[in-house]
Each structure stands twice: as C-alpha cells, then as structure tokens.
Design a protein around this ligand. Structure first.
Ligand SMILES: Cc1cc2nc3c(=O)[nH]c(=O)nc-3n(C[C@H](O)[C@H](O)[C@H](O)COP(=O)(O)OP(=O)(O)OC[C@H]3O[C@@H](n4cnc5c(N)ncnc54)[C@H](O)[C@@H]3O)c2cc1C
Length: 511
C-alpha cells in the first residue's frame, strides 16, 4: 500500500479536463494534497488523439470556445494563462460554411459580429441591422452569464444590471429570434450551432443560444498538438504543482459514512482516505453503482438523475485522405450541410437509425493546423451529434454493420458538398459512436454533453438548485454533467466550480 499516502485532502476521479481544472484551481488557492486517479493509460479523456498508420488523428476537438487571442483572452484562455498552462492555440479561420441546397443557401460566415452580419446581409439583403442587433443582444446575455456565474446577486440588482438576461431567460431561441422578424433564410444561416448543444431551437433556451453565438462568433481555436496537447500540459502542471497523478487506476467505490465522503476504493483494492472527492464519472453511475454503501444515496439523488435527460453523442467518421484538401474538394474548415435547417425535423431524423442522417458537420483540420498531416494529405472528420437513446436498442451482432452503414452514408452526404469523390483515396478511417465513447471514458450511455439544456432544465435553473442538488457532503462533480454542460471549455468552468465549492467548505470548516 506504499503506493498511496494514507490520506489526501482531495481525490479526483478522472484525469480529464474537468478533473484537472479542479486540481489546478485548488492548487492555485493553496490546496496541494491532491490525488488524481485516471483509469486510462493517458490523461485527458476525450481531449485526446491517436495514431493510425503513422498519422496522428484528432479524436474530438473541432473548435474550442472562450479562449480569445493573446492579450484579449476570454475566460478559459485566461485561466490557462493564469495557471501557466502554455498551449499553442491556433485560430480557426472561419466560423462555418452553411450549405442547404433546398433553401438555396451556400454561405461562409466569419467571426466578428459586424462581419458576420454583413455576410448574412450579402446573401439576404436588408438583414444587417437586425442580425447585428441580435448578435449584440447575444453578447449582452453572454456577458451577464459570465458575471452572474461568479457573482451571485439579488433579483432587484439583476434586473437593474442585467435586464436583457432577465428579459430573455424564460424564452426559447426560436421565441426570441422571432421577435426580430428576420426572413427564414437569415434564420437558417443563424441556426447551425444549435447542434453543439443538441436541443432543437424551439426548446433550446435563448440564454444558451446567446452564449454559444456570442462566444463562437468571437473566434475559436484548436491546438497545434491536437487536443492531447491541452491534456498533457494540464497533467504536467498539476504534477509540477505537487499533485500525485496515477494512470491505470480505476475508482470502483466512493466510501461514504453518515452522509459524508471519507475515501475511495480502486479496482485493484487500494482504499484511500480523503476529505473530498471530485468525480468525473457521471452522477448516474456514482449514485447507482459507486457509492458504498448504496444505502447512503438519498432518494432525492436518484430522483434528480431520473429527471435529467441525457444530451447528445457524436457519430463521427475520422479520416486521413490522400491528396490536399483542395484536391479533395474541401475549401473550408467547418461546414454544416444537409437537407433542412428545421431543427425539429433534424431531431426526428436523428432519433431513428433507419434513415441517413439529414444534417452533418464536416471539419478539415488542415485549414486551421496545416501541419496536422504530412504535406499532400487531408485530415477530415464528419460528425452527426445525435441522441443516445436509439443506440440503446442496438444488439451486439448489429453493431458493426450499423457503424459501417452510418459512416458510408455520412461520407456520401459529405461528397455531395465537396463534389469530389475521395472514397478511393481514404488512407485511414476510424468511426466512433456512443458505444465508443461509453467504452473509452465511461460517459453514461456515451453522452458527451452531459444533461441536455432544455427550457425546463438548464444552466440558470441548475444554478438556482445548486445547493439542493448537493446530496453527499464532500462529493463534488466536474465534467460534462456539471452545471455549465457541453464541451471542453465548459469542462474547465465545471472543474473550477467544483474546486470553488471545496474551497468554500474548507473555509467554513476552518471558521
Ligand atoms: C467526436 C467529438 C467531438 C467533440 N468536439 C468538441 C469540440 O469541438 N469542442 C468542444 O469543446 N468539445 C468537443 N467535444 C466534447 C468534449 O470532448 C467533452 O465534452 C470533454 O472533453 C469532456 O471532458 P470531461 O472532463 O467531462 O471528461 P471526459 O473526457 O469524459 O473524461 C472523463 C475521464 O474520467 C475518467 N474516468 C471515468 N470514470 C473513472 C473512474 N471510475 N476511475 C478513474 N477514472 C475514471 C475517464 O477515463 C476519462 O479520462 C467532442 C467530443 C467528441 C466525442
């Protein structure tokens, strides 16, 4: 048992972005006695890459939000700088190209609110003022969310200082956008990012839509060393700051007595004592399988997980293709394309596994990171972000055929946009599904985005319920299932929020 100390202040389950952000934040505030246990043989969870046939392939990252350029950092970029995690960020050259042949739309939008409003105006004359005003509203809501998430205030103060946030908080993206009376074509051009939250526009809270639009249209970034660069550099910094980081160590049980955490037990049987646990494992798994004894799980915790709806998971086809992007008909970094921009129709299509997906996202990494493959090759991924439920019905013997069919249909759909049939030039290909994700990181049913943000349950409501949703003392969560939800940058915020809760509790105990 010499491998571990007898006791740690904090044990973190999972050495991915959420867990490591929690560790860095704690270390920054003087908490050094931290053990990070990661079940995999690499840090980072989904923020990773892999090598096939000598090519390094990005596993996940399309674009990272909230980074901002040097000297004009946004929240997450600033955190990395402040923590001394020096990542080689590379700006993504455009927001997206949206190709909807049935609506006669093929438009490229760049970052900068004015510039994108001009680009939409060029395709849909007379829209500039309304689109620009919508983007400015999104920005005000975005600024308010950033302020309110760290500075709670009374309702009166909120009304006075954040009127747009308050006015729009109870409405869906569709309801607020409708008030601008934009033509359907312009609305379609403003819709593609909905899928990065995985909730149709009619049920997507405007607050979330506004946050996404304001942030992504400020510009986003990838890393020169793929998303694995973020993971490795965070791990090095955590260790440099004094944390013990152990790979290949799965936590099987979280030990609880009288409603309070007192340790964890690993799969190989080590029992480690601690005051606090930060879990990257989903609450669904923690409250149904990991708490020991299970009688310590309050009924309200089970009610909470049953009441939450899991968000989306990607079906992703990742390829290295012989030939330059141009030779393969690819001119853009990020392309959203499909038969329709009616998000209810897309959702219905995504919810069955019988028809080809009618909306896809295509990312060509070369166009942000030219040396991501040797000269003369293209790194391309095609993704559909779909609900996890239909995959639950798939039997083992159906799985491989389904995966091949989906990949083949998605490639065909991509070729309709590129105009070049690159299939015979595919040099390496990998396909991931919810099963891949569930298997690799243990995300509950393969949901990469935690719980869905819908009108009846989203970040604003969850912030209000924060105290009531804390069921076991000393147990905190950091990961996609946290309050800020989706994606890599929100995991940094979720990790920091978990650290803040621990720091507040430590301060209370000292007082
Ligand atoms: C194809 C794809 C594309 C994506 N594109 C983007 C994008 O463009 N931009 C973006 O921001 N996000 C994107 N994401 C989402 C993003 O990758 C995730 O939201 C984020 O990385 C999740 O981080 P996390 O900290 O929640 O943990 P995860 O990455 O899920 O990792 C959890 C960690 O905990 C470990 N773990 C779990 N249980 C245990 C246990 N019991 N004991 C020990 N260790 C345990 C796992 O091994 C893992 O390392 C994408 C995801 C996918 C799959």
């Amino acid at each position: 048992m010499g491998f571990y100390k007898k006791h740690y202040d904090v044990v973190i389950i999972g050495g991915a972005l959420g867990g490591m952000a929690a560790a860095l934040q704690l270390q920054d505030k003087g908490v050094k006695d931290i053990l990070i246990l990661e079940k995999h043989n690499l840090p980072g969870g989904l923020a990773t890459d892999y090598v096939r046939g000598g090519f390094e392939m990005e596993a996940t990252l399309h674009e990272m939000m909230s980074i901002g350029p040097k000297r004009k950092r946004l929240k997450v970029g600033q955190f990395f700088d402040d923590m001394g995690v020096d990542i080689d960020w590379m700006p993504v050259p455009e927001c997206y190209r949206i190709v909807l042949p049935d609506s006669d739309i093929d438009v490229l939008l760049h970052d900068g609110y004015k510039r994108m409003a001009q680009e939409i105006d060029a395709a849909c004359p007379g829209c500039f003022n309304k689109v620009y005003e919508l983007m400015r509203l999104c920005r005000r809501v975005y600024d308010s969310v950033n302020t309110l998430s760290v500075k709670p205030m009374s309702k009166v103060q909120m009304l006075r200082k954040h009127p747009d946030f308050v006015k729009t908080a109870g409405y869906s993206a569709t309801q607020v956008i409708d008030t601008f009376q934009l033509p359907k074509r312009a609305v379609e051009m403003l819709t593609p990012y909905w899928i990065y939250v995985g909730e149709p526009m009619d049920t997507l809270p405007f607050t979330i839509y506004a946050f996404l639009m304001a942030d992504y249209f400020s510009g986003s970034f990838v890393c020169r060393g793929f998303s694995h660069e973020i993971s490795l550099k965070m791990q090095h910094k955590c260790e440099e700051n004094g944390a013990q980081f152990e790979l290949r160590q799965e936590v099987e049980k979280i030990l609880v007595r009288n409603g309070k955490v007192y340790g964890v037990r690993t799969r190989r049987g080590d029992e480690i004592r601690c005051d606090y646990v930060v879990s990257s494992a989903y609450p669904n798994k923690v409250y149904t399988q990991m708490i020991e004894p299970l009688s310590e799980v309050p009924k309200a915790a089970i009610k909470m997980i049953n009441g939450r709806r899991l968000s989306v998971c990607p079906v992703s086809v990742m390829m290295v293709i012989d030939g330059t992007p141009k030779e393969n008909g690819i001119m853009n970094y990020s392309t959203f394309s499909g038969e329709t921009m009616d998000t209810n129709k897309i959702w219905k299509n995504y919810s069955n596994l019988t028809e080809p997906y009618n909306y896809i996202t295509t990312i060509c990494l070369n166009l942000a990171n030219p040396n991501c493959v040797p000269q003369g090759y293209t790194q391309l991924s095609i993704t559909a972000l779909v609900p996890v439920a239909p995959f639950e019905e798939i039997k083992e013997e159906q799985y491989h055929d389904l995966k091949r069919r989906l990949a083949s249909e998605m490639i065909e759909s991509c070729i309709q946009v590129t105009g070049v049939d690159f299939r015979h030039r595919i040099t390496e290909i990998e396909v991931s599904t919810p099963m891949t994700i569930a298997h690799y990181v243990g995300a509950w049913k393969g949901s990469i985005y935690g719980y869905s943000h819908s009108m009846d349950d989203h970040v604003v409501a969850r912030l209000q319920m924060k105290e009531e949703d804390r069921f076991i003392r000393g147990l905190n969560f950091a990961g996609a299932h946290g309050i800020s939800g989706n994606g890599m940058s929100p995991q940094i915020t979720n990790g920091r929020a978990a650290a803040k809760e621990i720091l507040e509790d430590m301060a209370k105990r000292r007082a």
